[in-house]
Design a binder for this molecule. Structure first.
Ligand code: ACO
Length: 341
């Protein structure tokens, strides 16, 4: 069922949209299974599978770098989009685990792919980093500040996992995904996006050390295990389900669509129970809710572009389909993006 859509900014007579013209992803080769984790901490395959849906995750080996994963994903996306790196106007990398605190990961990707004229900046929005990147890319394209944008979501959170903390070490995996967005005239592309945050819950998921408050070079940081992920999982869970379902429903209504118009819903892959609960609240049939958390775990900012790439490679998305993306993460931040493919 369709209603009236909100009017969009236009250049000339025709609507300009940010269209996704190429997607790519890359994950490390090494796989860590639940059985491997049983040897590290007091956990079981049964607990991890039933509470999270995760069976295995890809994790980086020594020497593997964040910027290399992003570069690989970007090169695939550019090739599929038939866009040369030199044509890019800006690169936005959604991440909280770049190679180093500075320079930005996006600058390293820019160098690696040879995007000579591109501006580059990182977007720090944890698991929602890729969607914040799409939101910004759409605004840049709508306002004619850019024509070709590369948005990457990537993460190597396993380097910040405390491998003695069973509450968190079973959850995360590594990877990167990239999308090329191009200014096009017509109905295909990002139709709308909504982002939110609530810093009152900043301590629900955080890494207290490694920033300027408790620098990594302070011996106390290591002693007190500060540069590691801390999470109030259960409290986060409850907020995540409602926030994701609400923002998704709001976006659909704002754009004049109903759940029946959506071909595929790709939620952030943190926990199968969260995904199912959000799908149920939205009354979406399970076959239209995409899941791959069993094979990748929570790859944070990389989870949606990796899943999107899989959907495209499996031919689950065709031109004209409505694709709905929703994520939630540390901040707390959450957001949703609706795309006409
Ligand atoms: N193996 C066995 N037992 C465990 C494990 C484990 N790996 N981890 C926790 N437990 C135990 C706990 O100690 C607790 O035991 P107790 O009752 O004796 O104290 C029990 O299991 C239940 O713990 P809960 O925390 O209540 O478990 P819950 O069902 O909430 O699942 C989980 C925990 C998986 C973390 C879930 O809460 C979750 O997925 N939360 C949301 C995470 C999320 O979405 N984060 C946002 C993105 S992350 C980012 O932005 C970087």
């Amino acid at each position: 069922m369709r209603g009236t859509r909100r009017s969009r900014p236009q250049r000339g007579a025709t609507v300009i949209r940010a269209r996704v013209t190429g997607v790519g992803s890359a994950v490390p080769k090494k796989i860590l299974t639940n059985a491997d984790l049983e040897k590290l901490v007091d956990t079981s395959d049964e607990w991890i599978t039933s509470r999270t849906g995760i069976r295995e995750r890809h994790i980086v080996s020594e020497g593997e770098k964040f910027s290399d994963l992003c570069t690989k994903a970007a090169e695939i996306a550019l090739k599929r989009a038939h866009v040369k790196a030199e044509e890019l106007d800006i690169i936005l990398v959604g991440t909280i685990s770049g190679d180093m605190p500075f320079p930005a990961a996006s600058c390293l990707v820019q160098r690696n792919i040879g995007a000579t004229k591109a501006a580059a900046s990182d977007v720090g929005a944890a698991c929602v980093g890729f969607l914040y990147g799409l939101h910004l890319a759409d605004a840049l394209i709508q306002s004619a500040k850019a024509e070709n944008v590369l948005v990457i979501g990537g993460e190597i959170l396993t380097r910040y996992v405390d491998w003695t903390d069973r509450n968190t070490c079973v959850l995360f995996g590594d990877g990167a995904g990239a999308a090329v967005l191009q200014a096009t005239k017509g109905d295909h592309g990002i139709l709308g996006s909504r982002m939110k945050s609530n810093g009152n819950y900043a301590d629900f998921i955080c890494m207290p050390g490694g920033g300027s408050n408790h620098p990594a070079n302070d011996p106390k940081s290591i002693e007190q295990k500060l540069p590691y992920i801390k999470m109030k999982g259960n409290e986060t869970f409850k907020i995540a389900v409602k926030a994701m379902a609400d923002i998704t429903a709001e976006l659909l209504t704002e754009q004049g669509f109903s759940k029946d118009d959506v071909k595929i819903f790709i939620p952030h892959q943190a926990n199968e129970r969260i995904i199912d609960a959000v799908g149920e609240r939205l009354k979406l049939p399970p076959e239209r809710v995409y899941k791959n958390v069993d094979r990748f775990g929570n790859t944070s900012a990389a989870s949606i572009p990796i899943a999107l790439d899989e959907c495209l490679q499996k031919d689950l998305i065709k031109t004209g389909d409505l694709v709905l993306l929703t994520a939630f993460g540390a901040g707390l931040v959450w957001g949703s993006v609706l795309i006409r493919w």
